[in-house]
Design a protein around this ligand. Sequence first.
Ligand SMILES: [Zn+2]
Length: 225
Amino acid sequence: MAEHEPLTPLSAPQKEMLEEAVSTYQAHTTAEAAAYLMARGIGREEAMAFRLGVVADPSPGHERFRGMLAIPYLGRDGQPLTVRFRCLVKHNHRDYFHGKYNTITEDTPRMFNVGAVHRADDEIHVCEGELDAITLTKLGLPAVAIPGASMWFGRHRRMLAGFSRVWTWADPDDAGAELTNKITRGLRTAKAVRLKADVNDTYLTHGADHILSLFSSRKDTETAA
Ligand SMILES: [Zn+2]
């Protein structure tokens, strides 16, 4: 997709289909999925707020995501705009013709938790993983996710252009560096948070206070002055 290609709005039937799919997946949370989320510090409250679920009864076109964790990309009013799927089985995903994370074919790449853009004050946080954005949200930070450099588009840059500070929390690996580079090249207000592991692992290992100490808010500086 071209950098400047406008985002095509979903049709009414598409919206209805997605709403029905996500509602069904939410109703079918399994003990395995709940355990997976709990192990990452994501409890019932976050799972409900982000409408996480399990593909026990796939909607048409979602058959190949059966059994996976459904991670809806919600609009500002909580309506699903797309869904990504995370395989919870510990195996070589490629042997089963899917990835660890899976996207609906030919779907428009979107920003995860776009509602945070509308709710945020003058600073916003950009993660690489959806579960990382959920973790920061749980800590009270307005956070979106861009799941990889190839998912970063000009319209995403424009959506974040009004913030005085855009903190980026990409993984400490080559793919994360590529995402950080793309965002910091596009936005002068962007500043990378240095991580030794992904946000969720860092939170689980070192706790909330450590996460909050990794970036220094401009507001805090002003208050201290
Ligand atoms: Zn798999």
